[in-house]
Design a protein around this ligand. Sequence first.
Ligand code: ZN
Ligand code: ZN
Length: 193
Amino acid sequence: MSFIHVTHTREVEDDVLTALEMWLWHTFGSEIRRMAPLADPAYAFEAKRRQYSSSMILQELLEDCPAEAVKLLAVTEKDLFIPMLSFVYGLAQLNGKVAVISLARLRQEFYGFAENRPLLLARAVKEAVHELGHTFGLVHCLNKSCAMSLSTNIRQVDAKGDKFCADCTYLLQQNLELMRRPIMNPISREKQR
Ligand SMILES: [Zn+2]
Ligand SMILES: [Zn+2]
């Protein structure tokens, strides 16, 4: 049995993780297992930018990824970047095992507004589904309401939905099917004869 694993840095609040886990279970139909919190990712901090390298965090996640984890999603409040962009909401290995999302810029407080919990949870769910979608082989979708549509600002996050469009759902189902198909190995085939 394989599970989608969820981990987080210590400051992430429980209600956010619970909301994410419920929606991921609903979306991917896989059981969710929560892992112990991550150590502070000081190794990924870039002082000049006052941000954390999302690719360095992915690298570390790969090393910590349990064998039974089909995917591993990390959730953090740290503001993330990749070298060519001023920030990212998250990063994932395409067709790989690991993904990370940041709540930092999903919070209304970041933009000078009062805290809005339901909005934070709605945004977090969209970004988690999006990044895990990449790990299941989905690429950016041109359908603006699809969870796989690319968001480079918070208006685009709010404009998209937390579900995949029909095309992305079809691709996801195909990829899940491939993953579930047992690998025929010559020894077990021999035994069947
Ligand atoms: Zn993306
Ligand atoms: Zn789509």
